[in-house]
Ligand binder design. Structure first.
Ligand code: RB5
Length: 145
């Protein structure tokens, strides 16, 4: 199950990505915004991230205008490793090396074609482990400082 969330700046791109997920029969839960009305990205990050932390969803896709604000909010939630990406390489390597569990994108930054390819590679790339596991462990330990 994939968790989705957005503010008004990411609403249109989130709806585009839902078309892709539907076409691949990938199940998702949309935590809103459901109408694109003005709202605050810190509020919109919480429910989809909590769904990931609880294990109800495996990964989350979050959207705001730049992808930055919602990624900052997501990374405040314990257990979340959110990556704000606007290129294919980063979307792939943040799974391979960082074991990112949230991909954030900007609806005012990336178009639907690139965003769809980024989502596809993010959802289908496993964490590489090995030396990267040590680094991710150290990263998560920073939460307890
Ligand atoms: C909303 O206008 C905009 O600031 C927000 O979507 C996002 O880009 C913040 O980082």
């Amino acid at each position: 199950m994939i968790a989705l969330g957005c503010d008004h700046g990411g609403f249109v791109l989130k709806e585009e990505i839902k078309k892709y997920l539907d076409s691949k029969s990938i199940p998702y839960e949309d935590f809103g915004s459901l109408d694109g009305a003005s709202c605050d990205y810190p509020d919109m990050a919480v429910a989809p991230c909590e769904a990931v932390v609880s294990g109800r969803c495996q990964l989350a896709l979050l959207f705001c205008g730049t992808g930055i604000g919602i990624s900052m909010a997501a990374n405040k939630i314990k257990g979340i490793r959110a990556a704000c990406c606007s290129d294919y390489f980063s979307a792939k390597y943040t799974r391979l090396h960082n074991d990112a569990n949230v991909l954030c994108m900007g609806g005012r930054v990336v178009g639907p074609g690139l965003a769809t390819e980024m989502v596809e590679v993010f959802l289908n790339t496993p964490f590489e482990g090995g030396r990267h596991a040590r680094r991710v462990d150290k990263l998560m330990a920073l939460e307890n400082r």
